[in-house]
Design a binder for this molecule. Structure first.
Ligand code: FAD
Length: 457
């Protein structure tokens, strides 16, 4: 496949490129972990045809508070073009506001965040990305601009009127089993805005996103050393996990960095797992009384304060290091992005231990512990290790399916996770997604290698 790079610098240039009807892979900051951007030409070398990699990084960036709500303490904010999460956070803070989502990689783009349903750490307090979206604009394959509103029902979107109602009902029934997850194994399609959230560039180009905000409040950042690695003893981890569920909203985020991951940070204590908590300063007394002072498995000297910069630095260090390792060894990422139900805490740990044992491939476990949404990574160094690790993952995903967990909770499916789809998608999901694709992109222009383009079963 021939790859051609395009960098439109205005929305009309982007529309004109789309109107040429050549296959397009949209890209933002390229921090996505399921498309190996640096190996794309190699991976696609045995395929025919052309693919345009259309970067949105040069589109003019605009951020504005929505005037009709800017007097309130939690105005909506609109983002257009190439705006990163770091830019948006800085802008909001200058207005006394803050984000309700917090992807660990803040260099990623907000519009791309809608395309990947990027939620990150604050979901422990505020829910998933889709809960914060008010409006989305996108350009479809005919070059038309659409505005989707969360107040509207997706079934009323005229472009989708050809979709069979019974099929949609069946899809919704299957989805209802997974409502509690940040993102289910397959996307939700209820509100209008759902259409583009998690679409991974397969339905069109997202050009504007309107998000809810919150009043800026002071946070305290805590570290809890857990006394052991999850491979040996989970008593402290389990106690903290269940006790914190009662404090959602006052505790904003609960992130795990395990001992394996800590080796690749500059943190001073690397031989016990670490939890990083962000808590509202105004709730600290309550958190101290009902949580910190009550812990049976964690002594006071295992609890310490960090500043915001230190915590952000630590949280981003591990996934960034993993991306660098992958690049250095010229392999692709072999890891999970799975969320389990809270009641399956012990089963989840068993499955991670099964993944970790009986081989000598280095591993790392980290992520959004409070939501039982973790990233287990194999640091493979060659093709033999990759094949072995992928086999282990296949068996892991079969167990995840039995437990009705969610396998692709944030990072999406891209190219790398497609091989696991059959474990989670039945005829209903495949047919429905393929019908959506036909309505929105009948000529299969947007990310034609994506999973929505697969033929009906
Ligand atoms: C260190 C690190 C930490 C991370 N932490 C998190 C995390 O906490 N939570 C999380 O969810 N993810 C996380 N990720 C993954 C990644 O950052 C997110 O998926 C992010 O949303 C990707 O944004 P991007 O701008 O890099 O998009 P890209 O990687 O460039 O694109 C991602 C996908 O979106 C599509 N796309 C891009 N722009 C558009 C557009 N304008 N319209 C339509 N489709 C588009 C692309 O085709 C592609 O399928 C992390 C990654 C790293 C490296």
């Amino acid at each position: 496949m021939n790859l051609e790079i395009k960098n439109p610098s205005t929305l009309s240039e982007l529309s004109a490129l789309i109107a040429e009807k050549k296959p397009i892979l949209l890209t933002g900051a390229k921090t996505g972990t399921v498309i190996p951007y640096d190996k794309l030409s190699e991976i696609l070398s045995d395929r025919d045809g052309d693919l345009r990699c259309v970067s949105t990084q040069n589109l003019p960036a605009q951020i504005r508070l929505c005037t009709e709500s800017s007097t309130s303490s939690s105005a909506d904010v609109e983002v257009e073009g190439s705006v990163s999460w770091a830019d948006l956070r800085q802008f909001l803070r200058s207005k006394g506001l803050d984000l309700k989502v917090s992807p660990t990689e803040e260099l990623a783009q907000v519009c791309a965040g809608a395309a990947t349903s990027c939620t990150g750490e604050l979901s422990f307090a505020y829910g998933a990305f889709r809960d914060q979206v008010v409006e989305i604009d996108f350009i479809d394959s005919a070059g038309r601009l659409h505005t989707l509103r969360s107040s509207e029902n997706l079934r009323n979107f005229s472009v989708l009127e050809a979709i069979d109602t019974d099929l949609w009902d069946k899809y919704d029934r299957d989805y209802s089993d997974f409502k509690q997850f940040k993102n289910a194994p397959f996307p939700r399609y209820e509100k209008s805005t759902d259409l583009m959230i998690g679409s991974e560039g397969q339905f069109g180009a997202i050009t504007r996103v309107r998000l809810k905000t919150r009043p800026m409040k002071k946070s305290i950042f805590l570290g809890l050393s857990l006394g052991s690695s999850w491979l040996n003893d989970m008593s402290a981890h389990r106690e903290v996990f269940y006790k914190l569920q009662e404090l959602r909203g006052e505790v904003l985020s609960v992130e795990l960095i395990d001992t394996h991951s800590l080796q690749h940070t500059d943190f001073f204590c690397k031989d016990e797992d670490l939890l990083l908590l962000e808590v509202l300063e105004e709730s600290f007394e309550k958190i101290y009384e009902y949580f910190l002072s009550q812990l049976e498995n964690i002594a006071p000297n295992q609890i310490f304060e960090l500043n915001e910069g230190q915590q952000r630095h630590l949280r981003a260090a591990v996934p960034r290091w993993i991306q660098e390792e992958i690049s250095r060894h010229h392999v692709v990422k072999v890891g999970t992005d799975t969320q389990f139900r809270a009641e399956n805490f012990d089963r989840a740990v068993e499955l991670y231990r099964k993944l970790a044992n009986n081989h000598d491939i280095p591993i790392a476990l980290f992520g959004h512990f409070g939501d039982l949404h973790l990233h287990f990574n194999f640091l493979v160094k060659n093709e033999t290790q990759k094949t072995y690790a992928e086999k282990l993952l296949e068996s892991f995903y079969s167990d995840v399916a039995l437990l009705k967990g969610s396998p692709f909770t944030e990072h999406g499916i891209g190219l790398l996770k497609q091989k696991y789809l059959d474990i989670f998608y039945g005829q209903t999901q495949k047919k429905f997604l393929s019908e959506l694709k036909k309505c929105l992109d009948p000529e299969n222009i947007f990310f034609p290698l994506g999973h929505f383009s697969k033929e009906n079963p």
